[in-house]
Ligand binder design. Structure first.
Ligand code: WTA
Length: 633
């Protein structure tokens, strides 16, 4: 594969070049794509705006690079293998030719409902082929896709549709998740009653469930596609035209729409994919993420297709019909690169080796991890029982905002160190800062993780609110992108990500803002005030611990049920608190700020060193909370 690094010496050389002359480096990578018009200028930037432009003046369409470009050489090669929820249901294989035809058909359907370049289209769909096709169909005609994970509730969906002012929504009648069928269209309908901007709803058929179709608004997607032409010219896009919006939680307020643009995202999605997974022609690659998250965008849809890869897309869940499902699929397709999240590894690890034993895993060459820090125990298990000590594990650190993997070993190239994401990819210039923003230039240090130079797939703005982008990412430290993570760099220059340093918690690899959770909890009549923190959770990485003050005495059971239900309707099941503790007060400073540090410690069961509590308004609440949570004062 073009631009693939093959040795440690080459990595060091390429990395040095990429820092010494980033423009020449990225221009060289960009040369291998198909452009309608090449760029005038590789990069212009300032982090004050922020205002970052890559490949300005260039014109292209990313789907020509994902699809058309491959047709002559590998039109009949499998692009996507879709593995359905039920192991007995036959899979679907789409060749590059077939995928191209379907993308064109869906693009023509979108056009026929008035979607034009620049319009926003919301995709609220299960992991069915239509979801991958829809992202590309949007890109084909220059519409901006906003994929909303199908586990989000109606209210969360409505917020995202309205924020982006989406004109069209794609959904399905139902979503199959293990033994469950989720009535996706019903949820979408509930959301849509609050979304006057939506003109058309295209509905894919996936279940036998009846679903209501609103005349004049709702259309069956399959029928419309069958009637559409398989030819759809690709819209000419400028390098910096928006490709997609993806909502993610931050430490304050509502989720924000992270915006990625066309050319830079394309170049980096390809470059990071071929290097981190060392994909070789004819390999079978599988990323278990959902396309509703950034991992699915970059490493199920765009990266693999840009590389002409064959990639597996899985509809179901890892534990159904049993905890061997992932390994059965690896065996079935003889998967070569497997990319998943630590939470899945821990969950499967807990089920025992009898679920691994029946399957042939000898095709595996590379194992990947993403979404949260991978603990040593899970790393060792993954290495020993899945990789059979033969497969390098790439612990990939990145974010929705970074668009692609930033820090990761290159398999069989970078010396591995369990729990370390190791080295930055070429073109990525991370740094560690102290609280004042001074760079910690030496090795063997710990600090706040930032990036000091632009990379092609970085976010450009937050949709509809550029100032928020500036405030959240570029104001904390001058001329640096701040990640929100803390990290450590060892004596050899390897990075280990410690976790978020802001009020964001990472539950099973999903980002949730504590403020967002508190806002929902506070909506309940009986709640006076609440504080939410994360605490170590064996399977989820972090669990959600809610401390609440109630207006009047109530049964713990009823309170828990009601708060969980509330969170379920406002955000979705992923955000349900694991523990709810009624308290009579919260530890606050004299200026009224909740000292979450103390709550985090108590929630984690570690009260050995609560630090200085003398600045608290009422230090006695700490004793009370300790006793309530741990049973001892
Ligand atoms: C965390 C997911 C440790 C981190 C691609 C980051 C990680 C947040 C790792 C982004 C890793 C992601 N090791 N922590 N390998 N990968 N994170 O936007 O806290 O859903 O800031 O993107 O996940 O989550 P997001």
């Amino acid at each position: 594969m073009e631009h693939q690094i093959n040795s440690w010496e080459e990595y060091e050389k390429v990395y040095a070049e990429s820092v010494a002359n980033p423009e020449a480096f990225w221009a060289n990578v960009a040369e291998s794509f198909s452009w309608k018009k090449k760029w005038d200028n590789v990069l212009s930037w300032n982090f004050d705006g922020p205002d970052v432009k890559w490949f300005e003046g260039a014109e292209l369409n990313i789907t020509e690079n994902c699809l058309d470009r491959h047709l002559a050489e590998r039109g009949d090669q499998t692009a996507i293998i879709w593995e359905p929820n039920g192991p007995k249901t036959p899979e679907i294989r789409l060749t590059y030719k077939e995928l191209h035809a379907k993308v064109c058909q869906m693009a023509n359907v979108l056009k026929s409902y008035g979607v034009v370049k620049g319009d926003r289209v919301c995709l609220y769909m299960p992991m069915i082929p239509e979801l991958a096709i829809a992202t590309l169909a949007c890109a084909r005609i220059g519409a901006i896709h906003s994929v909303v994970f199908a586990g989000f509730s109606a209210n969360a969906l409505a917020d995202r549709i309205n924020d982006a002012q989406a004109k069209v929504v794609l959904t399905a009648d139902g979503s199959l998740r293990g033994a469950k069928v989720i009535p996706l269209k019903d949820i979408a309908d509930e959301a849509l009653s609050h979304c006057p901007c939506v003109e058309t709803v295209l509905v894919a058929k996936r279940s036998d469930k009846f679903c209501h179709m609103q005349a004049g608004r709702d259309v069956w997607l399959g029928e419309a596609m069958d009637a559409a032409s398989t030819d759809c010219p690709a819209e000419t896009m400028s390098a910096e035209d928006m490709l997609f919006i993806l909502y993610t939680s931050g430490s304050t307020g509502k989720p924000k729409g992270v915006v990625h643009t066309t050319a830079g995202y394309m170049v980096y999605a390809y470059y990071s994919f071929v290097n981190v997974f060392q994909y070789q022609q004819n390999d079978i690659y599988w990323c278990t993420a959902d396309i509703g998250w950034i991992t699915g965008h970059t490493y199920i849809v765009y990266g693999p297709l840009l590389a002409g890869a064959s990639s597996v897309m899985f509809e179901g869940v890892p534990t159904w019909p049993d905890a061997g499902r992932f390994w059965a699929i690896c065996d079935k397709y003889q998967v070569n690169q497997f990319y998943t999240a630590p939470t899945a590894i821990r969950a499967l690890m807990a089920k025992g080796l009898e679920y691994v034993a029946p399957y042939r895993l000898n095709s595996l060459k590379v194992l990947g991890s993403v979404g949260e820090p991978i603990n040593e125990e899970a790393w060792q298990w993954y290495n020993k029982y899945i990789g059979k000590n033969q497969c390098p594990i790439v612990d990939t650190w990145w974010q929705t905002e970074t668009g692609g993997i930033m820090i990761s070993p290159l398999p069989n190239i970078t010396p591995l160190k369990p729990t370390y994401a190791t080295r930055p990819l070429p073109g990525i210039q991370p740094c560690l800062l102290d609280a004042e923003g001074n760079e910690l230039a030496e090795n063997d240090v710990e600090g706040l993780l930032a990036v000091k130079f632009p990379w092609p797939s970085m976010l450009r703005t937050t949709y509809g609110d550029h100032d928020r982008c500036k405030q959240v990412y570029f104001s904390m430290f001058k001329d640096k992108y701040f990640t929100g993570d803390g990290a450590k760099r060892d004596a050899d220059g390897n990075y280990r990500i410690i976790g978020r340093v802001d009020d964001v918690i990472n539950v099973s690899g999903h980002r949730l803002g504590t403020a967002e959770l508190e806002n929902v909890i506070n909506e309940h009549d009986i709640i006076v005030e609440s504080a939410v923190v994360g605490y170590p959770h064996e399977i989820k990485g972090q669990g959600i611990f809610a401390f609440v003050i109630v207006q009047e005495a109530c049964s713990q059971e009823a309170l828990e049920a009601e708060l969980k239900e509330l969170i379920n309707t406002e955000i979705g099941p992923i955000a349900k608190p694991d523990r709810i503790q009624v308290v009579s007060g919260l530890p606050k400073t004299r200026s009224g700020k909740i000292m979450r540090r103390i709550l985090r410690k108590i929630a984690s069961g570690d009260v050995s060193n609560l630090g200085d509590t003398s600045t608290l308004l009422d230090p006695s609440v700490v004793e009370e909370i300790k006793e309530a949570v741990l049973g001892t004062a």
